[in-house]
Design a protein around this ligand. Structure first.
Ligand code: ADP
Length: 442
């Protein structure tokens, strides 16, 4: 290590977003007794420079957020930093880069990769007052170019902020709709429990007076039971979506027959038992290979899709559940678009399709409906039935279904020609379990 000069105790602020660069320069200059402070962004650099007033600043140019030019220009307007030497250290070496850095306010320009023998001497020279210069004409030309670049960056940032703001407003609306709908979902069963409980209170007296029978009490108790059950479903949906978002949904992998799971799900939401006139057909499910999965979760997944198919299909419509397999196990195609005809679906293992003849879903909504809290219709018209035509939920059914499918390594998607409130446009939901979750039937 060569001796450099007494300046080699100076405090130097090094601003660079690349930790490897920072560590190299830090080691090198510390070994020459310089005191190095690091900053990983222009904004952090500005804050540290204000507090520490370093004797020299090394400035990377290519940084996200405020770049080196902009940080330098800003520093020049901060009292105490107007005259601090700022040296651009950059891999940008194309014509005009040096001039642009100087026009933006830098006093010097060092190219990367740095020359480790030369670097400390270059620093000392700048500390001792060396200033690189450009002619007046060049200064004017590059300042013009620089201000043009600043305005373009400003325009891009404003656009970005506007888009972010629109996105936030949408999320805010979805969240406040959710509060309205969740309150409604909770209030409906609570009102029923309250009402039936009051009836139960008076029923005791009525029985004693011989005005009522135990059958009546039994009926009230059952009604209270189903309302409390509904309440617990609402709370479970909210808890499930929280688990899915935290990527903490536990899957208990066991061999499962899809047909059995689908039948169990349908049993829980049979249209016939819910005053709906819909035909449900199961096709080609007998020979599907078993899935390695979680029976309870899979049942919930199909229940959610069936509930929607029933809610959004008018009476006298139909629901078809059909399965098929393909045997070309190939994991690399997972990034493909998910359509039943895509190679992914063909290669994928097991596909189950749930196709209804209901009101359909507009192509523009087909991605959004898998977003949590998303409902196509206005939350003001919300009803909480799981089976009545047009009934709604909390907009959590499909995100939960998607979370369950993805926890099994699979995919879910929808196809529909569009929405047609009269009914008959139809939607087809596809659930795909990839080959590695399936195993041949014993
Ligand atoms: P919800 O609990 O409100 O039903 P989901 O997440 O299950 O929430 O569904 C989100 C929205 O997607 C529904 O509000 C509905 O507008 C639309 N949707 C889901 N399934 C169907 C279907 N089979 N037919 C028509 N629209 C559907």
């Amino acid at each position: 290590m060569s001796q450099v000069s007494s300046k080699a105790t100076a405090t130097i602020l090094y601003i660079d977003d690349d930790p490897l660069n920072r560590s190299l320069v830090n080691r090198l200059l510390t070994s020459y007794n310089f005191n190095i402070i690091e900053a990983e962004s222009g904004l952090e650099g500005l804050q540290i420079a204000r507090q520490e007033t370093p004797e020299l600043i090394l400035m990377d140019i290519n940084m996200p957020g405020l770049d080196g030019h902009e940080t330098t220009t800003r520093m020049r307007s901060i009292s105490g930093l107007n005259d601090t030497p700022i040296i651009a250290v950059t891999a940008r070496t194309t014509k005009g880069e040096r001039e642009l850095a100087l026009a933006a306010g830098c006093d010097g320009y060092i190219t990367k990769p740095i020359d480790v023998d030369e670097f400390p001497h270059q620093i000392i020279a700048y500390l001792e007052g060396q200033k690189d210069t450009i002619s007046k004409d060049e200064q004017q030309h590059y300042l013009g170019q620089y201000s043009q670049k600043l305005v373009e960056r400003l325009e891009a940032k404003i656009l970005e902020l506007q888009e972010a703001n629109t996105r936030l407003q949408k999320i805010d609306k979805i969240k406040s709709d959710f509060v309205t709908v969740a309150a409604h979902e909770l209030r409906t069963p609570i009102t029923l429990v309250y009402g039936y409980a009051r009836l139960l209170q008076s029923a005791v007296g009525e029985i004693n007076r011989g005005e009522s029978t135990t059958d009546y009490v039994d009926d009230l108790a059952n009604k209270i039971y189903s309302s409390v059950h509904r309440l617990s479903e609402v709370v479970n949906d909210i808890l499930n979506i929280t688990l899915i978002e935290a990527d903490e949904m536990r899957i208990d992998h066991k061999p499962v027959h899809l047909k059995a799971v689908i039948n169990a799900a349908l049993k829980g939401i049979n249209p016939d038992e819910n005053n709906r006139v819909l035909s449900v057909t199961l096709e080609d499910l007998d020979d599907l290979p078993q899935i390695n999965g979680d029976r309870t979760r899979l049942q919930q997944l199909f229940w959610n899709i069936f509930s929607n198919a029933i809610k959004f299909t008018p009476d006298h419509g139909s629901i078809l559940v059909k399965g098929w397999t393909a045997h070309l196990p190939e994991a690399s195609s997972k990034q493909e678009a998910f359509t039943p005809t895509s190679a992914y679906a063909k290669q994928g293992g097991v596909v189950v399709m749930i196709k209804d003849t209901g009101i359909g879903i507009d192509p523009s909504e087909q991605k959004d409906i898998f977003e949590r809290f998303y409902m196509v219709k206005d939350s003001a018209y919300h009803t909480s039935s799981k089976t009545a035509f047009g009934g709604g939920g909390m907009g959590l059914g499909l995100p939960i279904a998607q979370g369950i499918v993805e926890a099994h390594g699979g995919r879910i998607w929808v196809e529909s020609a569009g929405r047609n409130a009269e009914g008959n446009s139809g939607s087809a939901f596809y659930v795909l379990f990839p080959a590695d979750t399936t195993k041949q039937q014993d």
